[in-house]
Structure formats: structure tokens, C-alpha cells
Design a protein around this ligand. Structure first.
Ligand code: APR
Length: 238
């Protein structure tokens, strides 16, 4: 049976379906990935921007980069893959979406059973009082300050070297360790803990599938790999 037919059969019979997405699912919406040929890390050094040290050293530089990314993402819309996952969620029985993306496109597409494990570029967090609030200002006035305590705001994003929110880790591990089908879409599988979810699911007996335009760090673990663009393949799973 061809990989797509096999995956469709597994999904239609799934008791509990978990989907893990990465930048590849948003590439078809025009949001640059990180490590691809036109990836963000080609033109920026992650260490200079997406770390607490970089923010402490030069908060304006870091905010200018995030302001640029927010401006870019604000012009992008969910594509057919995001919409198909929101439809899949509504079909039940048990569905959970874990995304590494901070662009908010899954929410815009209507996904609700969603864990944004690396945060959300449209949320800001006060470095002084810790309050977390939505902020959609494009451009954002630099440097942004907290309306409660006037502390310096930062993007509510998990930077390199920072831990994920404990609740997000627990929710994700619970989903991955109890699912019978895990679908991994558009991630290079190199950043942990998400990069370890495929083997975690496999260890507990789940059927693990991958949709990507090329082989990844997970390809040797998955039961089926469907090669193709998320926008083209994911809607076929409905
Ligand atoms: N359809 C499916 N897959 C695609 C598409 C597409 N149209 N375009 C690109 N891809 C795949 C690439 O082949 C690659 O495997 O998407 C993946 C993108 O990989 P990365 O750029 O490494 O993005 P991601 O895996 O999400 O990065 C994980 O790293 O930089 C940090 O926190 C950031 O969340 C990010 C994390």
C-alpha cells in the first residue's frame, strides 16, 4: 500500500491522533523556515538574536528582529494544511496539535486543541512582573514597556537555552505517550524536546508518520514518510 493510503487508513482508525508541526507547514504561507535554503538562520545568527543573553546585551536589536518578523507574519494567512488540521481536530475522537511555530497561523485557522511549545510571536511578557499579554502592534513602539509596572517587555517566545513552560512539556509528553498515531509535519527534527517526540511515540507502540519535502532527523524512526508539500498532502488526509 502506498504511504499516503497507509497513513489515511491509520488516521481514520485512530483512537488518539497527535500532530507535531514545524516551520515547514507555514512555508506554504510564505513564512520563512529556519534552516532551509531561504531560512532565517541563513541571514541571521540565532545566537545573536534568539537568546536571553542577546536580549540582555541589546534588547533593541532583538526587538527590531522580532518587529520585522511580526510585520512579515502579519501579512501571511493559514494555508490548506493549517485549515485541514483544524478540520481534523473537529472530527475527533481525540486530537492534539503540538506546534513549534510561533506564527499563530494554527490559531488563525481555527485549531483549539493546540500547544505552542515555543511560544507565540503575538504575545509579550514583562521581564519585571511576568505578566503575559497579547500584542499585535505592527510596528511595535521600541522599547515596549509593561502597562502594569513599566518593566521592559520581551517576546513570549522560548529562546535557545531557555526551558519550555512546564505545563507545555507535560501536556505534550502526555499526548505523545498516549497516542496511537503521531503525524510529524514540516520539521527538521533537530531541536529538542520536539525532536524526540517521534521516538517517544514509537517506543510506546504508536504508528508514526512524517510529511516533509525531504528526509529529516526523524526519517529513520517513522513507519511511513510521505514526501511532498504540507499544503498539498495534509488536506488529502481528511
Ligand atoms: N512542506 C513540508 N515540509 C516543508 C516545506 C513544505 N512546504 N518546506 C520546508 N519543509 C521542511 C523542511 O524540509 C524542514 O525539514 O520543514 C522543515 C523546516 O525545518 P526548520 O527550518 O529547522 O524548522 P523547525 O524544524 O520548525 O525548527 C524547529 O528551531 O529555530 C528553532 O525555535 C525554532 O521552532 C523552531 C525550531
Amino acid at each position: 500500500m502506498d504511504p499516503l493510503a497507509q497513513l489515511k487508513e491509520r488516521i481514520s482508525g485512530a483512537r488518539s491522533l497527535v500532530v507535531l508541526t514545524g516551520a515547514g507547514i507555514s512555508a506554504d504561507s510564505g513564512v520563512p523556515t529556519f534552516r532551509g535554503t531561504d531560512g532565517l538562520w541563513r541571514s541571521f545568527r540565532a545566537e545573536d538574536l534568539a537568546t536571553p543573553e542577546a536580549f540582555a546585551r541589546d534588547p533593541r536589536l532583538v526587538w527590531e528582529w522580532y518587529d520585522w518578523r511580526r510585520g512579515l507574519i502579519s501579512t501571511k494567512r493559514p494555508n490548506a494544511a493549517h485549515v485541514a488540521l483544524a478540520d481534523l481536530e473537529r472530527r475527533g475522537p481525540s486530537f492534539h496539535l503540538i506546534t513549534q511555530n510561533v506564527d499563530g497561523l494554527h490559531r488563525n485557522a481555527g485549531s483549539q486543541w493546540l500547544t505552542e511549545i515555543h511560544g507565540n510571536i503575538w504575545m509579550v511578557r514583562c521581564t519585571a512582573c511576568g505578566s503575559v499579554e497579547p500584542n499585535h502592534d505592527v510596528p511595535i513602539a521600541l522599547l515596549p514597556i509593561c502597562r502594569h509596572c513599566r518593566g521592559l517587555l520581551r517576546p513570549h517566545i522560548v529562546w535557545f537555552g531557555e526551558a519550555l513552560a512546564a505545563a507545555d512539556i507535560q501536556q505534550s509528553l502526555k499526548a505523545v505517550q498516549s497516542c496511537d498515531v503521531l503525524l510529524v509535519v514540516g520539521t527538521s527534527g533537530v531541536v529538542y524536546p520536539a525532536a524526540g517526540f517521534a521516538s517517544l511515540a514509537k517506543e510506546q507502540g504508536a504508528f508514526v508518520a512524517e510529511i516533509n519535502i525531504e528526509p529529516t532527523g526523524n526519517s529513520h524512526i517513522v513507519d511511513v514518510a510521505v514526501q511532498g508539500r504540507a499544503r498539498d498532502v495534509v488536506p488529502l488526509l481528511l
